[in-house]
Ligand binder design. Structure first.
Ligand SMILES: Cc1cc2nc3c(=O)[nH]c(=O)nc-3n(C[C@H](O)[C@H](O)[C@H](O)COP(=O)(O)OP(=O)(O)OC[C@H]3O[C@@H](n4cnc5c(N)ncnc54)[C@H](O)[C@@H]3O)c2cc1C
Length: 299
């Protein structure tokens, strides 16, 4: 991407390994990492950011691939682009993540934008985020001195554990569940657009679980845990796994009400608050997405 922002003296480093990138950031604390630049350079172009230096991650081969790991996991490099994750071999492995990557913006954005950038930006509309939350993915964070630490992705997204100085997201560990998973997104327009709401549903037959996360309606993805447990208890995991339309609809309503609850009953003498039409519409959208996503996962 190009920048039209006023130029300041800027150092650009292009390390060849994750540890070199960490060392470059440690040596120049005012520098920021840049992967595809689709978020970062947009902020520069808007004049919101004037980094003193850039550490480009694009030449770090280890970040741009994925591999199988013992214990039924895939280790995904933070530099995987949305375009790469959308390809059929990846979709066969982690279908919901592939679907979210295919939905992330127009092709030029998907060719440049990366998994790590999506996570680090942590925008509410980040399409991979509800999927990673539903998969209960772990981040492997690289720090100075070759140190690696692992945290659940939810910890970073909720701000419970932030990236420290000179730390980078190196890899994302995702369980391979070998079961249906679905990502659906609603936008306010036709064609590619940011999500107004999104839902990821992941089946985990081994643990007889359904995991669901709702994106874009709050600063971080929301997990309706009670709705997950309730619907999992209705599924015949050893049989056909299908559910009646009424159960799917009730799941949608349960998820939506958990994520967008009714206002508390008014205290005596106070006026009862009600949800605005716009919020009610959003709640209906979430209910429809959750119902459809579960229906597709079970069909
Ligand atoms: C027109 C347009 C449409 C878009 N549509 C969508 C959409 O529909 N869905 C969606 O989810 N996103 C969308 N995006 C946002 C963006 O493309 C994604 O968030 C993308 O995944 C960001 O990745 P990147 O590699 O470009 O990040 P960059 O812009 O390079 O970096 C983003 C931030 O992450 C940090 N960072 C990058 N990599 C790492 C790392 N490994 N470790 C630590 N920090 C890191 C950077 O310092 C920066 O703060 C859109 C963007 C644009 C411009």
């Amino acid at each position: 991407m190009t920048t039209h922002a006023p130029r300041t003296s800027q150092s650009v480093t292009l390390p060849g390994s994750l540890d070199e990138a960490v060392a470059a950031l440690a040596a120049m604390p005012a520098a920021v990492p840049v992967a595809g630049g689709t978020d970062l350079m947009a902020a520069v172009n808007r004049g919101q950011l004037r980094p003193a230096g850039l550490v480009g991650l694009g030449r770090i081969g280890e970040l741009r691939s994925w591999r199988y790991q013992d214990g039924g996991h895939a280790l995904l490099g933070a530099g995987l682009t949305h375009a790469r994750m959308g390809r059929p071999d990846f979709a066969a492995l982690i279908p919901a993540l592939a679907a979210s990557a295919r939905a992330a913006g127009p092709p030029q954005i998907r060719n440049a934008g990366t998994l790590g950038g999506n996570i680090a930006s942590a925008a509410p509309t980040g399409d991979t985020l509800p999927v990673l939350a539903a998969l209960e993915a772990e981040l492997i964070i690289a720090g100075p001195g070759g140190i690696r630490r692992e945290i659940p992705v939810a910890h970073l997204l909720t701000g419970r554990d932030l990236l420290g100085p000179a730390e980078l997201i190196g890899f994302v560990r995702v369980p391979l569940l070998h079961a249906p998973q679905v990502f659906l997104k609603a936008t306010g327009r036709t064609g590619p657009g940011r999500a107004t709401a999104s839902v990821a549903v992941v089946l985990d037959p081994q643990r007889r679980g359904v995991r669901c996360a709702v994106g874009a309606i709050a600063p971080m993805p929301l997990r309706p845990l009670e709705a997950e447990r309730w619907i999992a208890s209705l599924i015949d995991w050893d049989g056909e796994r299908g559910l009646a339309a009424e159960a799917l609809a009730a799941f949608g309503e349960y998820v939506a009400a958990a994520c967008i609850p009714d206002p508390e009953p008014a205290a005596e003498g106070e006026e009862q608050q009600v949800l605005s039409p716009a919020v009610l519409h959003l709640r209906r959208t979430v209910a429809a997405l959750a119902r459809r996503a579960l229906g597709r996962a079970l069909s």
